[in-house]
Design a binder for this molecule. Structure first.
Ligand SMILES: Nc1ncnc2c1ncn2[C@@H]1O[C@H](COP(=O)(O)OP(=O)(O)OP(=O)(O)O)[C@@H](O)[C@H]1O
Ligand SMILES: [Mg+2]
Length: 237
């Protein structure tokens, strides 16, 4: 069974002029466990809306969203926040860290929400920061880290509960090309080693081409959905 399944999902917003705008228009989509999928499309095409539907941050106007066998559309608030905490890791363009808190304190947040003990949360968070290459920055405040390091902290936080799915909305948007490449490589590593399903929204073709599959959205519709050939595929038997 697909880990993510959207059936006839529409999200209609009412504009200031009183008109209806379909940010998503009757979208059907299935994503299998362990896939690394890029979502591309112009600004305003509905990419963030799609991620928010899958992550349970927002509800569709119509249709159903099944994630990791949970029906997000019928879940109550408490069930939804528990599900988000355990099954989904979010990564954003602007990191969403607490600037005055240390890297460690930022990473610990989801564990403390999940009622982990403080020593356990601390140990796991240190391990997670080590995994993203920040073992030496554990006690540094977020506002004293570089942008690339901030995104690593955000990734350490996103994977702390070993989620089945990572949702990344323009994670390289605030980074230079070199740092962005490092971040994408880190996401690829997590995808391969932990079999985490990754959905990556990006404006950059180079970034999207790192994925296994590319979904293009235009005006709330999926206009293409295709596998990407990895380099060297043509030589494989
Ligand atoms: N809360 C809202 N109220 C009204 N309209 C909204 C709301 N959120 C999004 N929209 C509209 O829905 C459409 C899709 O927005 P969305 O944020 O999903 O686009 P996007 O593809 O992520 O764009 P970008 O690349 O600029 O981030 C846009 O036209 C946007 O104006
Ligand atoms: Mg967006």
């Amino acid at each position: 069974m697909a880990i993510i399944s959207l059936k006839n999902v529409s999200k209609i917003y009412r504009t200031a002029a009183g008109e209806q705008l379909a940010a998503l228009d009757n979208v059907n989509l299935e994503i299998e466990e362990g896939e690394f999928v890029a979502v591309v499309g112009e600004s305003g095409s509905g990419k963030t809306t799609l991620l928010n539907m899958i992550g349970g941050l927002d509800q569709p106007t119509e249709g159903s969203v099944l994630v990791d066998s949970h029906d997000i559309t019928s879940a109550g608030d408490r069930e939804l926040s528990l599900f988000r905490n355990r099954s989904i890791g979010f990564i954003f363009q602007s990191f969403h860290l607490q600037p005055l808190q240390t890297a460690l304190a930022n990473v610990m947040v989801p564990l403390l929400f999940a009622d982990a003990s403080w020593p356990e949360a601390r140990k796991k968070s240190e391990t997670s920061l080590g995994l993203v290459g920040l073992a030496d920055k554990v006690n540094q405040r977020a506002n004293q880290l570089s942008a690339g390091q901030c995104q690593r902290v955000a990734i350490a936080r996103a994977i702390i509960n070993s989620p089945r799915i990572l949702l990344a909305d323009e994670p390289t948007g605030n980074l230079d090309v070199h740092t962005g490449t490092d971040i994408i490589n880190l996401l690829k590593q997590i995808n391969m080693e932990q079999k985490t399903t990754v959905l990556l929204v990006t404006h950059e073709r180079d970034v999207a081409s790192q994925a296994q599959r590319m979904i293009t959205i235009k005006e709330g519709l999926i206009i293409s959905d295709a596998a990407i050939k990895a380099e060297g595929d043509e030589n494989k038997q």
